[in-house]
Design a protein around this ligand. Structure first.
Ligand code: ADP
Length: 305
């Protein structure tokens, strides 16, 4: 199976020990998932679909993506635009994020409908998130959802993480409405209970699961931090306990790395409970390191077999 992740990758400026000196990296929810996928399943081709500019930082980003093993052949280059940027500020160990992404090329990723359709045609499993939708204008959202709908009709599998980010939307109502439209297009829904409870008033993870099932998803996996992961497929349902951790360093990309574990399992035909257990190990590793992209060591990979 070939996997396509669609979304925005940004330049990241992370603080170092030296005052006012930052270390540059590249990250973004859907890209983080692609990055973990390549490490977990090097035999699975993973491609990223986005738009970048034609400047030096955009080429640098593409270079880093390629070096990490993610295929960038489908990435669109938009002249006179650049990539989005965010800066991390540490205050007593708490990370806060400042973004400059209003004009990023990625906002135009769905403008070329043919390119989008072509990228999906080359793939078997297509993944995007609520953040992918949030950065697009209404026309771009329609184009993305329509392309996903056609791909699904053509037998591709569509995976979606709602990744609710109210500050990226004009209003909570716009966010919840668009998220449920995407839910109606996907086969595999990957919501996180805490966010869903806040914005959809779900009383418990079972209510979140049922809402995505009602929308039309046939596989639903509800993440819930350190609590058990709830799942349902067409013919099975259950929960998988999350292994307890002695310490949590940074929960950035917990959900993104978890999703990589699930998508790798779908690509290789693993039973879902096994994939969830593997996803929990991967996410457990990600939250014990700093930043979004925490390299996997061989013992973890062996442990994930
Ligand atoms: P998101 O990052 O999307 O909000 P969650 O916080 O629900 O997602 O976490 C995703 C996964 O990361 C969980 O299902 C679990 O496997 C792992 N995880 C997150 N927080 C913890 C924790 N405190 N202890 C152990 N595992 C965790």
């Amino acid at each position: 199976m070939r996997i396509l992740a669609i979304g925005e990758c940004m330049a990241e400026m992370a603080p170092t020990d030296a005052p006012i000196t930052y270390q540059m990296g590249f990250a973004g929810d859907t890209f983080n998932t692609a990055w973990y996928l390549v490490q977990l399943s090097p035999e699975t081709p993973v491609s990223y679909f986005t738009a970048v500019g034609d400047d030096a930082i955009s080429s640098r980003m593409l270079g880093v993506m390629r070096e990490s093993g993610v295929d960038t052949q489908q990435v669109r280059i938009v002249p006179n635009r650049s990539v989005g940027l965010y800066l991390i500020t540490l205050d007593n160990g708490e990370r806060s994020f400042t973004y400059w992404r209003g004009q990023s090329a990625a906002r135009l990723l769905a403008q070329d409908k043919q390119a989008l359709a072509h990228a999906m045609k080359q793939s078997d499993l297509i993944y995007f998130s609520g953040i992918t939708l949030a950065i697009l204008d209404p026309e771009g959202r329609d184009a993305l959802l329509e392309a996903a709908r056609s791909a699904r009709r053509a037998g591709k599998r569509i995976a979606f993480d709602p990744n609710l980010r109210p500050h990226l939307w004009a209003s909570p109502a716009e966010m919840t409405e668009n998220i449920m439209q995407a839910a109606a297009v996907c086969d595999i829904a990957l919501p996180s209970f805490e966010d869903e409870a806040r914005w959809f008033s779900d009383m418990n993870p079972a209510a979140t699961l049922q809402r995505y099932a009602n929308a039309g998803a046939d596989t639903i996996i509800v993440k819930n931090g350190a609590e058990a992961v709830l799942y349902r497929t067409r013919d099975a349902e259950g929960s998988v306990n999350v292994p307890p951790l002695a310490s949590v360093v940074d929960t950035t990309a917990a959900g993104d790395s978890f999703n990589a574990g699930i998508l790798a399992g779908v690509a290789t035909g693993r039973p879902l409970p096994d994939s969830i257990a593997r996803a929990c190990k991967l996410a457990g590793h990600a939250v014990q390191g700093k930043g979004a992209l925490v390299p996997l060591d061989q013992s973890l990979l062996d442990n994930c077999q």
